[in-house]
Design a protein around this ligand. Structure first.
Ligand code: FMN
Length: 132
């Protein structure tokens, strides 16, 4: 973390409030899963609903796999699975499907949140990967 960011998080003692403002207002979709093998969703922000059409409340406890379908590139998903097993980070693009079935290119990153060496949560940052 840069020194300035550390200052915001440490000196003010309001790091949770800062995080909450960032996560709930960012234009990017944010998904947090638990660190179980099936990576169940425990949080999704409003931008997730804008991107996928799913209300955060209806995806709680489900796997982000619900976004996949026939045209989803299994090689990308295999690479993600491999990264998760190694506790590492992932970035990729694959076809995903909105709640209404519309396909789109998901461009996303998955990052581990660790306590010590142990992964406690996975955080995904997602956006529409369609670039003009
Ligand atoms: C935090 C997180 C976010 C994920 N987001 C997506 C996503 O947006 N789109 C997608 O196709 N898969 C996503 N996945 C991948 C699936 O949840 C799952 O790991 C993948 O499908 C491999 O498992 P499976 O082979 O059992 O389907 C995400 C995984 C994690 C941990």
């Amino acid at each position: 973390m840069t020194i300035l960011l550390k200052k915001v998080f440490q000196d003010t003692g309001i790091s949770l409030n800062v995080l909450q403002v960032l996560v709930t207002n960012t234009y990017d979709s944010i998904l947090i899963t638990d660190a179980t093998k099936d990576a169940k969703i425990i949080y999704a922000n409003k931008a997730f609903k804008k991107l996928t059409g799913y209300d955060p409340s209806e995806v709680m406890g489900k796997s982000p796999r619900i976004l996949q379908g026939a045209a989803t590139d299994r090689k990308v998903i295999a690479r993600l699975t491999d990264s998760l097993k190694r506790g590492g980070r992932f970035e990729g693009k694959a076809v995903n499907y909105k709640k209404n079935g519309t396909p789109f290119i998901m461009h996303w990153r998955v990052l581990p949140v660790k306590v010590g060496n142990q992964v406690k949560f996975w955080v995904a940052i997602q956006r529409d990967g369609f670039v003009i």
